[in-house]
Write a protein that binds this ligand. Structure first.
Ligand code: AMP
Length: 572
């Protein structure tokens, strides 16, 4: 199976779009399905959402488009408006260098714009069955020249009672068409549909890995590469690590990190390809039996590792491929138990993190590392707790005799206890708390030059998000006070790679930056932290979103509500 998009014989402009979206290698369904679909053969894909099936059918559709036709060339039938929008948006994104005309059609939306666009010419229609039939019956949707039909989430359509509609729609398309049917399950009714409407289909099943298990808490810390070890040891101080698997990129890094951790008071061992089979087995068995708490591994060495009860997975280095991230963190949170996945992310890896978040459709929360002071307080609390436990148990007969001896020798009881604590804390010296340098916040569009940005101070109170907002509201206040001409100048200049959107709700409607971030992130399903500068005026607001998410945000514009108010969201 290929690991390179170039080997799939895709048009360079399609590959270019994939690269721009941050896709590094085809997902299994794409490697398996694209070559078959490119030959024109019918396919049945047994795959769930999240496996990358949309690109698997969208790329061959795009590759096979013929330029300059008015007719609809491909049709995707999807059970819900959300899926139709999502698929349409994905096809537009993959085909952005082709200027492909994609039209999502679904019930509930006015007919006028859909009909207008159909009249002007559309390459790919993505629609829900009911609206497709309506448009066919109104004689505005002509499917007689469609070359590819995709039935997406066929089992969903079956359970929603759409099978008859699908049959009607298929009857409108040429018998010579290519048909691709996707379904997560294959009930008899779907097999019957396939038998009746597909010709000699190739069956491709993809085992879908549960994309990020919901029992896993995902967190990350933004640190400079040189501070990763210090950050990790700080986290070891305060996390309740009972069993940790740390992933690093290379074999040698695994050995080095295990040594460094051991030297700093956190005994760890490496699991890498340098170990003999015997040594590997011994290490794993000690890890399994909890004689060893921390294991540092490469992806290759951890392959096939099947251990329950891992409390923490650490990504010392972020993997290049979001799928590997999912694989890695899936080692914790197993058997329904809670698990914690922590990633150390350098400032330049933020983009990779955003890709992971887009892939898993889950937000990785940004943590603030414990300060030296917090660690000291934590350590003291722990010693006091341990002492309290022994005080309650009261099984210290011999120790009491020793204290009595010291007292008889003339020492004060308080001094004896203090000295005993000092002895108990001697091992803390093995665990020095190394300083960590601040990472500046990636503030969105701003008036200050980069060298004038306020330095990020992890010691400051408030969460990262709160600080970002307070920066934004400062920005917003100053913008609100500017003159109209200054304002329009400000509106034109925004950060590279960002697209500015306008919305028709503003201060008069009680809108705050958090409302905008929350509503857009939720409805468009994008990470809130990628949303850039926000400016709120009396009746309108502006928001910057990354170019790669703009289509996704605009596609969901109709669903976005802020404080229960519908709004008009469009490019500024
Ligand atoms: P789907 O199953 O089509 O809904 O895709 C699931 C997610 O995977 C979507 O967010 C896609 O953008 C993303 N995706 C699809 N193909 C790739 C790829 N080759 N590399 C990285 N992400 C991908």
């Amino acid at each position: 199976m290929t690991t390179d998009f170039n080997e799939l014989n895709l048009h360079p402009q399609l590959v270019q779009a994939l690269v721009e979206l941050g896709y590094q290698a085809p997902m299994p369904i794409q490697s398996a399905l694209i070559p078959v679909m490119l030959t024109g053969r019918d396919v049945i894909g047994q795959a769930q959402t999240g496996t990358g099936k949309t690109a698997a059918f969208a790329l061959p559709i795009l590759q096979n488009l013929v330029d300059g036709l008015v007719d609809v060339q491909a049709l995707v039938v999807a059970p819900t408006r959300e899926l139709a929008l999502q698929v349409a948006e994905a096809i537009s994104a993959y085909g952005k260098h082709f200027n492909v005309r994609v039209l999502p059609v679904y019930g509930g939306a006015p007919y006028g714009p859909q009909i207008g666009k159909l009249r002007r010419g559309v390459d790919v229609v993505v629609g829900t069955p009911g609206r497709l039939i309506d448009l066919i019956e109104r004689d505005v949707l002509d499917l007689s020249r469609v070359r590819t039909v995709v039935l997406d989430e066929a089992d969903e359509m079956l359970s929603m009672g759409f099978i008859e509609d699908i049959e009607k729609i298929l009857a409108e398309t040429p018998a010579t068409r290519q048909t691709a049917l996707f379904s997560a399950t294959m009930p008899a009714e779907i097999r019957r549909l396939a038998d009746s409407y597909l010709k000699n289909p190739k069956f491709i099943a993809i085992e879908s890995e549960q994309i990020t298990v919901d029992t896993i808490e995902q967190r990350c810390y933004i640190v400079h590469a040189d501070d990763k070890l210090a950050a990790l040891t700080r986290l070891f101080e305060v996390e309740e690590v009972t069993s940790a698997l740390i992933f690093v990129r290379t074999r040698s890094a695994s050995g080095d990190l295990a040594n460094e951790l051991t030297l700093r008071g956190f005994p760890a061992e490496a699991l890498n390809g340098d170990l003999s089979q015997d040594a590997r087995e011994r290490t794993l068995s000690r890890f399994r039996q909890n004689q060893l708490t921390v294991l540092v591994a490469t992806d290759v060495a951890a392959r096939g590792l099947d251990i329950d009860g891992i409390s923490h997975v650490f990504n010392f280095d972020l993997p290049e491929d979001p799928e590997i991230y999912v694989h890695r963190i899936g080692r914790t949170g197993r058997a329904g138990k809670a698990g914690i996945a922590i990633s150390l992310v350098t400032p330049s890896e933020r983009r990779r993190l955003a890709q992971i978040e887009a892939f898993t459709r889950r937000k990785v929360s940004r943590g603030t590392l414990p300060t030296e002071e917090e660690i000291r307080i934590y350590r003291e609390k722990q010693v006091v707790n341990q002492v309290s436990v022994w005080l309650q148990r009261g099984r210290c007969r011999r120790e009491r005799e020793l204290v009595a001896e010291l007292q008889a020798a003339g020492y004060d009881v308080l001094d004896i206890a203090a000295a005993a604590l000092k002895v108990a804390r001697a091992e803390e010296k093995q665990r020095p708390i190394a300083p960590i340098s601040a990472v500046p916040e990636p503030l969105p569009a701003r008036t200050a030059r980069p060298d004038q940005r306020p330095a990020f101070n992890p010691e400051r109170s408030g969460t990262r998000r709160e600080r970002l907002y307070s920066e934004r509201s400062r920005n917003e206040r100053s913008q609100g006070e500017r003159s109209q001409s200054e304002r329009s100048q400000g509106e034109r200049s925004h950060e590279a790679g960002m697209v500015r959107l306008s919305l028709d709700l503003g201060r008069q409607h009680g809108i705050r930056p958090n409302d905008i971030v929350g509503a857009i992130a939720f409805h468009a399903d994008i990470p809130g932290n990628v949303i850039g500068k926000i400016s709120i005026y009396d009746r309108t607001s502006l928001v910057d979103v990354p170019e790669m998410f703009a289509a996704q945000v605009l596609a969901k514009a109709g669903m976005v509500r802020i404080r229960r108010q519908p709004l008009n969201l469009q490019r500024a």
